[in-house]
Design a protein around this ligand. Structure first.
Ligand SMILES: Nc1ncnc2c1ncn2[C@@H]1O[C@H](COP(=O)(O)OP(=O)(O)OP(=O)(O)O)[C@@H](O)[C@H]1O
Ligand SMILES: [Mg+2]
Length: 577
């Protein structure tokens, strides 16, 4: 029930809806008592044989009228409570969500908000319904029929609540699992179908079929569990309700023969029992909703009130753009990711980059190139050592000021489902058409765009054309160049473009980036060969450093890699001819 008090803010905000809804619900519960009572009266009259046709017709009309009133009341109160819950919970809190990672956000947005919504809608519905309908029906049973019969006949019903609670829980979790299994299977199918050429080329298709079959089997097993719980659910309900009826007929019949109870009272009683079934189910169901809602609420609350790790608390607010124009200096002794604190990902990273200079970061997959960049972007603050910009520790520079200095092309470029133009202008919404075009020209994308159906207005993403990997990268570069920041970071941003395009982009960067700092992380060494300083990383440490010529002379990893890539390029050229 704690969850209800946690959601107090929402109930308060939607007070009017809930008061109206619950009032209608109370009326519904009372109106619910009418038809069984009329049925009872009718049975008594029939039993006595004293009913006239007009009385008969009046009673039937009363039942019909009660049914119509019930329908209307039910409609109104559901509309009040559901309307409030559906329209307000998500709207209230969505703006908090912008700060969080997409995956988390999606999970919380769909599952957890849904569960909380269920408390506010279904939870309230079941709580009030089970209390009101159950309570009033029980009172009516005692007043209009017999106290002992009520107690004895209703004995099995709490088991209905228990069954609904426990089985409902099992059913819910197995259903969740089955959904997850189904989506895994879907992904696998998609992957296998779209990767069929690669799989065949590498002779992996047999293994892939085996993996696929295994996944199908798993999915079947999980679904069998769902059906197991589901098929237990209904028979259990029927069994318990049946037991209630049997007790009623045996004991009630006895009371009728004893003349303690009239036939009409027994008929009313039997009709009241059906009124009790839903509230009992509802109580069990309610426990489920509350348990899930409460867990979800805690998760969402944790997310909402989580303090950002990176704060501006130590920032020197007097710093201005001018103060941070100087050298970029790294002096990191060690850094480890928060969830794997024991393994240092970076060790002894030191270098200085002057305005106008370019830094190249190379090394195998997982060497630490992206991590070096992330620290400059202040994704993490807890490293030993420091990074300074213009002599100021970047942890003391107001975050906004620092990030404004940097244009960043991430390794996984991201496009929005909108026009090319808007995608480029993302870093500067007010950029003129000329500026956007010039950024596209510098990143060698302009000619590609001109060939698209609607030029710069062509939509990309889900609703529009799909760009090639290289086009996506060039678009991301154009976006970064538009901002003309003192620091430009390209993280593996040229990997999908061909050698000619790479040269064109690097040439325009050279003139564009005069007097500014540029960091390029890359696998293809031609991307960094003109850099003023190249760092070769291995397991988070600098193993070679210098200019291109120095590194070739050192004859280490860089030189070996250079020869390999040169050979590959030649083979590629021959292939291409
Ligand atoms: N968020 C993270 N949490 C824990 N470990 C991480 C995280 N991100 C990266 N790592 C690990 O840190 C190491 C360095 O990764 P990083 O992404 O910096 O390498 P990289 O040189 O950019 O590789 P690539 O060439 O594939 O881009 C790797 O061992 C990686 O597994
Ligand atoms: Mg990387």
């Amino acid at each position: 029930m704690n969850i209800f008090s946690k959601l107090g803010w929402f109930f308060k905000q939607e007070k009017k809806r809930y008061i109206i809804g619950v009032s209608f619900l109370a009326l519904t519960s009372i109106a619910n008592l009418v038809p069984p009572r009329i049925l009872g009266l009718m049975a008594d009259q029939l039993d006595k044989g004293s009913i006239s046709w007009s009385e008969y017709a009046a009673l039937i009309l009363a039942v019909v009228a009660a049914a119509i009133v019930l329908y209307l009341l039910r409609y109104f109160w559901r509309k009040q409570i559901w309307g409030g819950a559906v329209s307000s919970v998500p709207k209230e809190r969505t703006h908090y969500y912008q700060r969080h990672r997409t995956g988390d956000l999606m999970a919380h947005a769909t599952n957890d908000i849904n569960s909380i919504q269920n408390v506010a809608g279904d939870g309230v519905l079941t709580l009030v319904d089970s209390l009101f309908t159950g309570g009033t029906t029980m009172i009516a049973m005692i007043i209009f029929t017999d106290f002992r019969l009520t107690v004895i006949a209703l004995l099995p019903l709490p088991f209905l609540a228990l069954g609904a609670w426990k089985l409902g829980d099992k059913l819910h979790y197995s259903f969740d699992k089955s959904q997850a299994a189904f989506s895994r299977l879907n992904n696998k199918t998609q992957e296998s179908v779209s990767g069929i050429k690669v799989l065949k080329a590498f002779g992996e298709s047999k293994q892939d079929s085996a993996a696929f079959n295994k996944m199908v089997d798993e999915t079947i097993q999980i679904n069998k569990k769902v059906f197991k719980w589901d098929s237990m659910f209904d028979p259990l309900g029927t069994l318990i309700i049946g037991a209630t009826y049997v007790i009623t007929i045996i004991y009630g019949g006895l009371l009728v023969t004893n003349h303690t109870l009239s036939v009409g009272q027994l008929v009313s009683f039997i009709a009241y029992i059906s009124n009790m079934v839903w509230p009992m189910f509802a109580i069990g169901y309610l426990f489920n909703i509350l348990e899930r809602g409460s867990a979800s609420y805690d998760r969402v609350e944790r997310l909402l009130y989580e303090r950002p790790q990176i704060t501006d608390e130590n920032a020197d607010q007097s710093l201005t753009v001018k103060d941070i124009q100087g050298d970029l200096k790294y002096d990191i002794r060690s850094f480890a990711y928060p969830d794997e604190k024991e393994i240092p990902v970076l060790q002894n990273i030191d270098f200085t980059l002057k305005p106008g200079q370019t830094l190249g970061l190379v090394g195998k997959v997982g060497a630490g190139k992206t991590t070096i960049i992330e620290l400059l972007l202040r994704e993490f603050d807890h490293y030993q050592g420091k990074i300074t910009l213009g002599g100021h520790d970047i942890r003391n520079i107001p975050l906004k000021l620092l990030l404004n200095e940097i244009s960043y092309v991430p390794q996984n470029n991201f496009l929005f489902s909108t026009s090319i133009e808007k995608n480029i202008a993302f870093s500067d919404q007010d950029a003129t058409k000329n500026k956007i075009e010039s950024a596209a020209q510098k990143s060698d994308l302009h000619d590609d765009i001109m060939q698209m159906p609607a030029g710069y207005q062509t939509l990309v993403g889900e609703n529009g054309v799909s760009l090639s990997g290289g086009q996506k990268q060039r678009l991301s570069i154009a976006r970064a160049l538009l901002k003309e920041s003192p620091i430009l970071i390209l993280d593996d941003a040229l990997s999908a473009v061909d050698a000619k395009t790479e040269t064109a982009i690097l040439n325009s960067l050279r003139s564009e980036r005069k007097g500014k700092k540029t960091l390029i992380a890359a696998h293809r060494l031609t991307s960094v060969m003109d850099a003023d300083l190249i760092l070769v990383l291995k397991n988070g440490k600098i193993v070679e450093r210098g200019k291109h010529a120095d590194l070739l002379a050192q004859d280490g990893w860089y030189a070996e890699m250079w020869r390999k890539q040169e050979l590959q390029a030649k083979v590629g050229e021959i292939d291409g001819q």
